[in-house]
Design a protein around this ligand. Structure first.
Ligand code: KG4
Ligand code: ZN
Length: 338
């Protein structure tokens, strides 16, 4: 992984660009969040997201190049331009991919289309280049929740995934129901700090069954509990809900790590920014003699440094992508056993 790569990420509601150097050293990482634009609608509005990406993509790329000490007009030393090509919102993906292709053409360097889920898996390597395998990875974001056995970059075995809502989606839906705003994960996380996690015994779905996950029953339980107890403390609901989610994730991760003979356990995706999940992840890894990998919060949620890192590796492994490569809103992660 020795190329210097400009990464671009626009799959959802973050416009991001980053320059990652050889050995995955992050030279710059700029993220422009659109949360303020979507909050009043309670979720991401695709049309608004793509328009905002169009407005922001050029200034964000210019800032990332400038922060890396490069001239935006003719940056010296960029070996490739990588962009998230899927999965994500089609109109949003198109903006970043079109910009990346245009820059690759103008600078006469390769373009690399990157899978957003694979990019999340590269986040731990940005801060700890010497990750050891096999690694048990819990990838939990707004759109996906899965347990993977990672045997090295590009070698993923699917152990289990959500059968209904993604973990982040469950946080977002419960927050919306409680009237806490969007995105729900950070708000519930903050509110939960003031509540009692043992106050309400919410269900732990499929706790002892395999490695698949389910969150829709928990969400319904929260709704039913609040409807039956209108004066219940929101902080107690938030804390008890968060504990139920984290309990299931940690319990299953522990079993999965043992089953695959993992030497380390890694978190990835936006929900990996959750403080309770992070604390319990470190604690269980320590108890079980495993190395815990926790990317900084800024590298858990959507960013372009992880896209550049995955792009650098993909360039070396599978080469560049053609300039007519299409975006794919449903692009799957290539896994064994999926
Ligand atoms: O990875 P990400 O930034 O975007 C996707 O690829 O989906 O993840 C966004 C998700 C949202 O559902 C958000 O509510 C959740 O991550 N999230 C959190 C926290 N911060 C973000 N969930 C729980 N606790 C947090 N602190
Ligand atoms: Zn993501």
């Amino acid at each position: 992984m020795s190329a210097v790569v400009l990464g671009i990420e626009t799959s959802c509601d973050e416009t991001a660009a980053a320059v990652v150097g050889s050995d995955l050293v992050v030279r710059s990482s700029v993220v422009s969040s659109q949360i303020d634009l979507h909050a009043r609608y309670g979720g991401v509005v695709p049309e608004i997201a793509s328009r905002a990406h169009i407005e922001r993509i050029t200034p964000v790329v210019v800032e990332a190049l400038a922060d890396a000490g490069m001239s935006p007009q003719r940056p010296d030393g960029i070996d490739a331009v990588a962009a998230t090509i899927g999965p994500g919102l089609v109109g949003s993906l198109l903006v970043g991919v079109s910009a990346a292709k245009a820059l690759a053409l103008a600078w006469d360097v390769p373009f690399v289309g990157v899978n957003h889920l694979e990019a999340h898996l590269f986040a731990p390597m940005l801060e700890e280049p010497d990750v050891a395998y096999p690694l048990l990875v819990l990838l939990v974001s707004g759109g996906h929740s899965m347990f993977l056995a990672m045997h090295g970059p590009g070698e993923y075995r699917l152990l289990g995934r959500t059968v209904d809502d993604a973990a982040g989606e469950a946080f977002d839906k419960v927050a919306r129901f409680l009237g806490l705003g969007y995105p729900g994960g950070p708000v519930i996380d903050r509110l939960a700090e003031e509540g009692d996690a043992q106050a309400i015994a919410f269900p732990r779905s499929m706790l002892h069954e395999g490695f698949d996950l389910s969150f829709s029953g928990l969400k319904t339980s929260v709704v039913n509990h609040v409807r039956r107890n209108p004066s219940v403390s929101s902080a107690d609901v938030a804390a008890s809900f968060r504990e139920a989610v984290v309990d299931v994730l940690v319990h299953k991760a522990r079993r999965a790590a043992a089953e695959i003979g993992a030497v380390g356990v890694s978190l990835a995706g936006g929900v990996a920014a959750n403080s309770r999940l992070r604390d319990r992840w470190v604690a269980f890894a320590e108890e079980d003699g495993l190395r815990a990998h926790l990317p900084s919060r800024a590298y858990c949620t959507d960013n372009a440094a992880m896209v550049a890192a995955a792009g650098a590796w993909r360039l070396g492994r599978t080469g560049s992508s053609p300039l007519d490569a299409a975006v794919d809103p449903n692009l799957p992660l290539v896994v064994v056993g999926g």
